[in-house]
Write a protein that binds this ligand. Structure first.
Ligand code: MG
Length: 158
C-alpha cells in the first residue's frame, strides 16, 4: 500500500463556473485556472500521483499546454488513472477536505463523491469529501479563493 497527499488552491473570480469534483455548484463566482480550475479534483490527482511517486499535476498537465485549456479536470483525472493503473496500482480510498467560506457545500458533497468515484474506479463508499469553513480567517475567509486537500491510498503496485 502507498499513501499520497495533495493540496491545491485557486482564486475565486467573476465570470467562471464553480466546479468541484466535476460537479457544477451554483454560485456567483468560479475558480480561475488554465483548466476548469477544479481545485478538489486537482488535489485528488496530486494525491494519486504522490502515492505512486509519478510526479505532480504541474509536471503532467502544464498550464502552457493548449490541450488542457478549459478542459474538465475529470479528463486529467482519467489520464492520471491510466498511469496509476499502468503502474499496477488501484485506489483503496480517497479522502478530501474543501475549505471554502462560501458557498455552503454540504448539500453537494454526496453528488461530488458519486461523480468522482467512477473516475477513480471505486464505489462512492471509498470516496470521502468534506467541507470546512475558514470561519472568516485569512484570504480563504474573505472568499478570495477555495482550497482543497486530499489523501489517496493505493493498493497493489508493480
Ligand atoms: Mg490546480
Amino acid at each position: 500500500m502507498r499513501v499520497g497527499i495533495g493540496y491545491d488552491l485557486h482564486p475565486l473570480v467573476e465570470g467562471r463556473p464553480l466546479v468541484l469534483g466535476g460537479v457544477k455548484v451554483p454560485f456567483g463566482r468560479g475558480l480561475r485556472g488554465h483548466s476548469d480550475a477544479d481545485v478538489l479534483t486537482h488535489a485528488v490527482i496530486d494525491a494519486l500521483l504522490g502515492a505512486a511517486a509519478l510526479g505532480t499535476i504541474g509536471q503532467r498537465f502544464p498550464d502552457t499546454e493548449p490541450r488542457w485549456k478549459d478542459v474538465s479536470s475529470l479528463v486529467l483525472l482519467d489520464e492520471t488513472m491510466l498511469e496509476i493503473e499502468a503502474a499496477g496500482w488501484r485506489v483503496g480510498n480517497v479522502d478530501a477536505v474543501i475549505t471554502a467560506e462560501a458557498p455552503r457545500l454540504q448539500p453537494h458533497l454526496g453528488e461530488i463523491a458519486r461523480t468522482l468515484a467512477p473516475h477513480l474506479k471505486v464505489t462512492p463508499e471509498r470516496v470521502g469529501v468534506k467541507a470546512s469553513s475558514p470561519e472568516g480567517v485569512g484570504a480563504l475567509g474573505r472568499g478570495e479563493g477555495i482550497a482543497a486537500q486530499a489523501v489517496a491510498l493505493l493498493e497493489g503496485g508493480a
